[in-house]
Design a protein around this ligand. Structure first.
Ligand SMILES: [Zn+2]
Length: 217
C-alpha cells in the first residue's frame, strides 16, 4: 500500500461505504482507493465497528461487501486472479482487476476525442450511474463540467490538475453537484483514472455538450 497518497474520500463517503449504502459505481471507486490506501483501510475498519455497534449486528460487514467486488472469503478464485494480475505488475487496483477480469494491457480503449480515450465498465442490471476508465493524453484538457450528483475520480497512472490542486496515483477526488472543474492531464505523463458518477455530468462548453450524447458521460 502506498504511503504517499495525499487525497482521500470525504469521511461521509467512507461512512456510506462502510454502511453499504453507497451507489454501486461510487462504491467501486471507493473500494479501489481503499485497496491502495492504508489510511482509509484503517479508517474504514473503525467505521465498520461503529456501524455494527449502531445496527447491533452480530457480524461485521467485510470490506468490499458494499458492491460486487471480490477479495471476500467466498471469492477465493477471484482473489487468486487479482493477485496474479497484481504480481504481473498490473496497475489496476485488485478489486477492479478481479471484478472485471482486466489488466492495464487488456483494456480496450475507445477514442472519445483528440487525446482522450475511455473504457466503460458494466454495472449490475438496473443500476444507474456510470463507471469507466479514462485515459487523457499529456497536457490534454477535459471539458469544464459540473455534476448532477457525486463524482469520484481515482488516479491510476500519471497525474492531473484542476482548480483544487494536483492528483497523483492513489489520490481520489470526491466532488458533488456544487463543484465545477476543468481537469488537465500532466504535461509529461498524461493520466489514467477510474471515474464514477451517480448521474451524467453537466458540460458547460459547447464542445462538451456536443460530445455528451456520444460519450454518455
Ligand atoms: Zn485514502
Amino acid at each position: 500500500m502506498s504511503t504517499t497518497i495525499m487525497r482521500h474520500p470525504d469521511p461521509a463517503t467512507l461512512m456510506n461505504y462502510a454502511a453499504g449504502c453507497l451507489a454501486e459505481p461510487l462504491a467501486a471507486v471507493t473500494a479501489a482507493h481503499i485497496s491502495m490506501c492504508g489510511e482509509c483501510h484503517a479508517e474504514l475498519a473503525g467505521m465498520e465497528l461503529l456501524c455494527a455497534a449502531l445496527l447491533s449486528k452480530a457480524e461485521l460487514v467485510p470490506i468490499g461487501a458494499a458492491m460486487q467486488v471480490p477479495c471476500r472469503p467466498a471469492d477465493v478464485s477471484s482473489c487468486e486472479v487479482a493477485r496474479s494480475l497484481i504480481d504481473a505488475g498490473n496497475k489496476l487496483p485488485a478489486p477492479i482487476a478481479a471484478a472485471f477480469q482486466l489488466s492495464f494491457e487488456t483494456i480496450r480503449w475507445k477514442r472519445l476525442g483528440p487525446g482522450i480515450w475511455h473504457h466503460r465498465l458494466p454495472l449490475s442490471p438496473g443500476v444507474g450511474g456510470d463507471l469507466r476508465l479514462l485515459k487523457i493524453g499529456p497536457g490534454r484538457v477535459m471539458p469544464d463540467h459540473g455534476h448532477g450528483g457525486s463524482e469520484l475520480t481515482l488516479v491510476l497512472d500519471g497525474a492531473y490538475n484542476d482548480e483544487t490542486g494536483s492528483y497523483r496515483r492513489g489520490d481520489m477526488q470526491d466532488v458533488d453537484e456544487t463543484v465545477e472543474h476543468t481537469p488537465v492531464a500532466d504535461k509529461v505523463t498524461g493520466c489514467i483514472c477510474l471515474i464514477a458518477s451517480e448521474r451524467p455530468a453537466r458540460f458547460k462548453s459547447l464542445v462538451g455538450k456536443l460530445m455528451q450524447p456520444w460519450t454518455g458521460m
